[in-house]
Design a protein around this ligand. Structure first.
Ligand SMILES: [Mg+2]
Length: 352
């Protein structure tokens, strides 16, 4: 019996902010771009359930949120704190399962096959994990349980917020069948529209579609759609080998104060880091520049940016950090460029 859980943190960024300032729990709290009194660009990253009651949701333009609730709490994204909390959650889950795969900053698969002999046991095991996360990390989460990653993930969606949902293997197909195709994991807006045009409105209808027909329209993805709709997913929970940061350093032969020489080297280091990041299918959100001066004093300058997989942003950010922070009275001996705050953007697809 394979037993897989998806543990997904509820309104994670906003929940983290509530730890810092408990009074936010009763106030509509929105983490994301600066609303700039309604003129701000960018989106809501996460908001708490008080804000959701007003119809505010993640990915909504921040200006729209501001129109709805100008007196809400608007907070900037504090990635380094969320990462710290994410790490705490991960180590709590590891106490319960030796096989944990972190999917994103706030989502974790755990294979508990060896720990739970029956699905009833799995259910009480999930309750233990949930209360440990609540007590130790002070954070709410929801848990989906099934025998596949796919169904565990989709069960978790139905468990939210703050719930646990078990879908036993013999219930998996009927659980999926009633859902609209757009809710099937891996189906985006475009695929949803295409499937609806083909006459498949529910996952149950899609499950009965001919594989050949699906493959005609979607190539290899058609087979994935067929398998998913039929609750077939063989993929395993895979331990991430942890890449916490990727960096490159360079030491000048002679200490230098020449701006063009230094920025050229920062760009070169950034491009090497960028290649490495892209090669591992990572997206990143923190860029750090290390400057070591001729007197061996070393400074680190970091900036959080919007999560991106675009390697160009590394050089852009690193050069900005250089211009803003360099002590131009001193010569530079050594440079370092680092990217961190990773999410494996292809991981979602690996589900299939
Ligand atoms: Mg979440």
């Amino acid at each position: 019996m394979r037993t897989i859980m998806l543990i997904d943190m509820d309104y994670f960024f906003a929940a983290c902010e509530e730890i810092k300032r408990p009074e936010l729990k009763t106030r509509p709290t929105i983490v994301g771009a600066d609303p700039k009194e309604g003129r701000g660009r960018g989106v809501v990253m996460t908001c708490n359930y008080v804000a959701r009651k007003f119809g505010i949701h993640s990915a909504m333009p921040i200006s729209t949120a501001y129109k709805i609730k100008p007196d809400a709490e608007y907070l900037p994204v504090d990635y380094s704190y969320y990462e710290k909390k994410s790490g705490e959650v991960l180590s709590i889950i590891r106490e319960y399962s030796a096989l944990v795969e972190q999917v994103s900053i706030d989502e974790f698969f755990a294979d508990v096959s060896g720990k739970a002999g029956s699905y009833d046991e799995a259910l009480s095991y999930a309750e233990q994990i949930k209360s440990a996360v609540r007590e130790k990390a002070k954070l709410p989460c929801s848990i989906g349980i099934s025998n596949t990653k796919l169904v565990a993930k989709m069960a978790c969606e139905k468990a939210k917020p703050n719930g646990i949902k078990l879908v036993k293997p013999d219930e998996a197909k009927s659980f999926l069948a009633q859902l609209p195709v757009g809710e099937l994991y891996g189906v985006g807006k475009k695929t949803e529209e295409k499937l609806e045009k083909m006459g498949y409105k529910t996952v149950g209808e899609l499950a009965k579609a001919s594989v050949m027909d699906l493959m005609d329209h979607f190539n290899a993805f058609g087979l994935e759609l067929h398998n998913s709709a039929n609750a077939i997913d063989e993929s395993e929970v895979v331990e991430n080998y942890e890449v916490k940061s990727i960096s490159r350093e360079f030491t000048f032969e002679h200490d230098t104060r020449k701006d063009d020489e230094i920025t050229k080297e920062i760009k070169e280091l950034s491009s090497q880091v960028g290649k490495d990041v892209a090669g591992r299918s990572l997206s990143y959100r923190v860029v750090t520049l290390k400057l070591r001066y001729g007197d061996f004093i070393e400074h680190l300058h970091s900036r959080s940016i919007r999560q991106t997989s675009n390697p160009e942003e590394i050089a852009k950010t690193a050069v900005e950090l250089y211009r803003e922070n360099v002590d131009s009275s001193k010569k530079i001996r050594k440079l370092g460029v680092r990217a961190s705050g990773f999410t494996e953007y292809k991981n979602q697809k690996k589900l299939f």
